[in-house]
Design a protein around this ligand. Structure first.
Ligand SMILES: [Cu+2]
Length: 205
């Protein structure tokens, strides 16, 4: 009943209508698809009000001496688990402002959990294995997606109207590794955008 009343008010007041999906194709300067780019939409340029819940697990496993996934999107305040699926021990840390943490050496089949309070990025590494690099993108919007192997990110049910769309990638040559799209307004129906990113070579860490 409460939902019905809310919907009725939305209609009466001309509140945001659901426009449908936004699909963003991310390519590098060489034209090749760029996976692991994070696309976010802030309707009205504002953070989403109310709790944010994504469909994927808030989890960065350590497997084959790598972080899996390489890039994870979570809402601010999320509890992220860091299960160690390797036989060797890892010592996971982040020095990123607002999301600093350190998980001292822990072994096979063990798990640790860390809360990510700050909107931004937690760059994660391992004290033992320098080649282990991963990123947690902490967002303030319910409208976020990561590009797949084809460079495609799809966000469902984006409200119609003015919005700020950003594309972030850990190796993007731009302030805060982020690019803001010029698309100012999302119309009714499915929307498509293509963005080209200039990436730098991954740092050796
Ligand atoms: Cu390690």
């Amino acid at each position: 009943m409460k939902l019905a009343v809310t919907l009725m008010f939305a209609v009466l007041l001309g509140g945001p209508a659901v426009a449908g999906s936004l699909t963003v194709t991310v390519r590098g300067a060489d034209g090749k698809p760029v996976p692991d780019a994070v696309v976010t939409v802030n309707p009205g340029g504002r953070p989403t009000s109310g709790p944010i819940k994504f469909a994927w697990p808030y989890r960065v496993a350590q497997q084959n001496i790598q972080f899996t996934p390489f890039v994870l999107i979570v809402p601010a305040g999320a509890e992220v688990s860091f299960p160690n699926l390797d036989k060797v021990r890892h010592h996971v840390y982040s020095f990123s402002a607002g999301n600093k943490f350190e998980l001292k050496l822990y072994g096979h089949e063990e798990n640790r959990t860390v809360r990510m309070p700050a909107v931004g990025v937690a760059a994660i590494g391992c004290n033992i294995h320098d080649q282990m690099v991963g990123f947690i993108k902490v967002v303030d919007t319910a409208y976020a997606a990561k590009s797949d192997a084809n460079g495609v990110a799809t966000i469902a049910d984006v409200p119609e109207g003015a919005a700020v769309i950003r594309v972030w990638h850990p190796y993007l040559r731009a302030p805060k590794n982020e690019k803001t799209l010029s698309l100012a307004s999302i119309g009714a129906g499915p929307a498509r955008e293509t963005v080209t990113l200039e990436l730098r070579a991954p740092s050796s860490h």
